[in-house]
Design a protein around this ligand. Structure first.
Ligand code: FPP
Ligand code: MG
Length: 298
């Protein structure tokens, strides 16, 4: 699959997941809590590449399952990701005013409502995930939900963010930086592809391959994120460039320099593709993502 084909795959995945999001989280304008619906939907429908849902769909394809029965799972992954970005941008964390090319949630709705919007999306995702999925064996669904919960929380994203936050003023080496990125970024990618494998009944060897793929693809993604923070501009990125340096954050770009960081991102992308050796052509869509993570401009 070439980059143009991947772009149209991403566009189709976005359409599917946005329809599901709209159905699972409809506007409730006439209610005392209307403000949280405005805030959640503002962030959910504010653009975004929808990479986690697209990776989930591609992993289903690799494991021989169709996406139609699992659209709600893709939507839940996007809710969790959006929740994490709302909280990440808040004044108490990265204090970033721009996200996906628009003012961050707390700039529009205030910090209290942004905090609640993140909480609301995070919890609603699990309300959605725990609804019986027609056609999915309950034990497979339970394993997928558990995978997503662990990787978004203390076995992944929350832990990575906490490790980043608590070590900001200490000397950070590449090992610690990788630990943080495995949690902050790789974990939810692993959750997306492994949840697909678990739902589709993939065997242990394939599940391990998906795990390795998500780990390396996530590292490639995060390294380039750090490089783009140095090399990119606000308009292209849709978020403030240079914010890592402004916060004095040690990143792959500041530690290695942009050229070496790019080389390491390429190596991680190759490792992600290599992890899929156990799959045949049915994983070609998955194979197209890591090189795109490296070549992307935003
Ligand atoms: C963006 O990283 C942030 C993350 C990938 C994870 C943030 C995680 C949390 C806030 C904890 C989990 C919270 C919930 C509600 C699930 P970055 O700051 O390097 O990237 P950026 O430049 O896009 O902000
Ligand atoms: Mg941030």
């Amino acid at each position: 699959m070439n980059e143009k084909e991947l772009q149209s795959y991403l566009a189709e995945a976005s359409r599917d997941v946005e329809q599901a999001l709209d159905r699972l989280l409809p506007m409730r304008q006439i209610s005392p809590e209307a403000a949280i619906y405005f805030a959640m939907r503002y962030s959910l429908f504010g653009g975004g590449k929808r990479l986690r849902p697209a990776l989930f769909f591609a992993a289903l394809e690799a494991c021989g399952a169709k996406r139609d029965a699992y659209l709600d799972v893709a939507a839940a992954l996007e809710m969790i990701h959006t929740a994490s970005l709302i909280h990440d941008d808040m004044p108490e964390m990265d204090d970033d005013d721009l996200r996906r090319g628009r003012p961050s949630c707390h700039k529009v709705y205030g910090p209290a409502m942004a905090l609640l919007a993140g909480d609301g999306l995070f919890i609603h995702a699990f309300a959605v995930l725990s609804r019986p999925l027609p056609g999915a064996a309950p034990e497979r669904q339970l394993a997928a939900v558990r995978e997503i919960a662990l990787r978004s929380g203390l076995g992944g994203m929350v832990a990575g963010q906490a490790a980043e936050w608590d070590n900001m003023t200490r000397p950070v080496d590449q090992g610690l930086l990788e630990y943080i990125s495995r949690g902050k970024t790789s974990a939810l990618l692993i959750a997306a592809v492994k949840a697909a494998g678990l739902l589709a009944g993939a065997d242990g060897e394939k599940l391990q391959a998906l795990d390795d793929y998500g780990l390396h693809a996530g590292l490639a993604f995060q390294i380039i994120d750090d490089v783009l923070d140095v090399e990119g501009d606000d308009a292209t990125l849709g978020k403030p460039a240079g914010s890592d340096e402004e916060r004095g954050l040690v990143t792959f770009a500041s530690l290695l320099g942009c050229d070496e960081a790019r080389r390491q991102a390429e190596a991680e992308a190759e490792a992600a593709v290599a992890a899929l050796a156990v799959f045949g052509a049915e994983a070609d869509t998955l194979r197209a993502f890591p090189p795109f993570f490296v070549s992307r401009r935003h």
